[in-house]
Design a protein around this ligand. Structure first.
Ligand code: GAL
Length: 325
């Protein structure tokens, strides 16, 4: 009888431990002080908590060598799955080599590396969104506004706030937003572009300087993300915009809650949903399932680098969505 009682308790412990109790997931975010990534992080943590998965989430503090140390520590502490949001996507091969050496699965997310080099290590995956898509959608928002408000042939004089220039999202949003405007037959003239490293304060300073230099010559403000769009809006407000008839169209990407508030107030023209919830869920699912050696199943099908569904693929692409109200 005693033996049965023991067996029962042991089984109960296994069951309440959840399907992913064997997974021990080490997570690092490139820096905690990034608005969008804080939502992705929140989702990873809440999923792990709900499933009873052991997880540790560490701040890379914008320093790749610090993040490399975090990865080393996870590996010596017996974490059996890693989810890493690279500080420097170009250094992904270093982190991949560390995981490969210990044969620990690795999920990279949100900051896309150049190539996963699957031939070297097949245990690596990437979860993210197609940056080109977000750029095209930003451009589409600009086109819809321009066609509704301006006479045919009007040239769009614009300024561009760029995220971290070493980042694929920044590069493609800058390029594809303007490509979409030009593809719609609208002539553009770039007055200025500069990096504000995804940050609101830096963007506010840049916009203030551009307003001092170009004033009303600026027709349109593109920002690679919402935090920078909101920084630009602050500078515009200080210069008297958004009162009376003084208006400036500003677009961003992410659809963070403060950006959605600005949209409601009419200061932000539009944004693109960068789906933090589903990126966080897909990252957690993959890392936990790989760590627990369970079949892989998540919010979007496994795909290849180009986005084609492929059950043997190593990418999960979470779609963007245009948001204008
Ligand atoms: C982007 C996001 C930005 C910033 C960046 C960090 O996807 O739009 O706001 O979080 O990732 O790499």
């Amino acid at each position: 009888m005693k033996k049965f009682a023991f067996l029962f308790i042991a089984l109960a412990v296994i069951c309440t431990g959840g399907a992913f109790a064997q997974a021990k997931v080490g997570v690092s975010i490139y820096k905690f002080d990034d608005t969008f990534m804080s939502y992705v992080r929140g989702k990873i943590e809440s999923e792990a908590k709900a499933a009873g998965t052991t997880i540790s989430v560490q701040d890379g503090q914008g320093d790749q060598s610090k993040q490399n140390d975090i990865v080393d520590l996870f590996l010596t502490q017996g974490y059996n799955s890693l989810a890493i949001n690279m500080v420097e996507p170009a250094s992904a091969s270093v982190v991949i080599a560390k995981a490969a050496k210990k044969k620990v699965p690795l999920v990279l997310f949100n900051r896309e590396p150049g190539d996963l080099d699957l031939a070297k290590y097949p245990g690596v995956y990437y979860v993210g969104a197609k940056a080109q898509e977000s750029g095209t959608m930003e451009g589409q928002i600009a086109v819809n506004y321009w066609k509704a408000k301006k006479p045919a042939g009007a040239v769009m004089h614009y300024v561009m706030l760029i995220g971290d220039p070493a980042n694929t999202d920044a590069k493609y949003r800058t390029e594809f937003s303007i490509k979409a405007v030009e593809a719609a037959g609208i002539k553009v003239e770039k007055l200025a572009e500069d990096t504000a490293m995804w940050q609101r304060g830096d963007a506010q300073n840049k916009m203030q300087a551009w307003l001092a230099k170009f004033g009303d010559k600026i027709d349109f403000v593109f920002a690679n993300n919402d935090d920078m769009a909101l920084g630009a809006i602050e500078a515009l407000k200080a210069a008297g915009y958004f009162t009376g008839s003084k208006y400036m169209p500003v677009v961003g990407v992410d659809a963070t809650p403060p950006a959605l508030d600005a949209l409601k107030q009419g200061t932000l023209l539009g944004t693109v949903l960068n789906d933090a919830v589903n990126q966080g869920k897909a990252t957690y699912d993959l890392a936990a399932q790989l760590g627990a050696q369970k079949p892989i199943k998540t919010v979007a099908p496994l795909a290849n680098k180009d986005g084609k569904a492929d059950p043997n693929g190593h990418y999960v692409w979470v779609p963007y969505q245009m948001v204008t109200k």
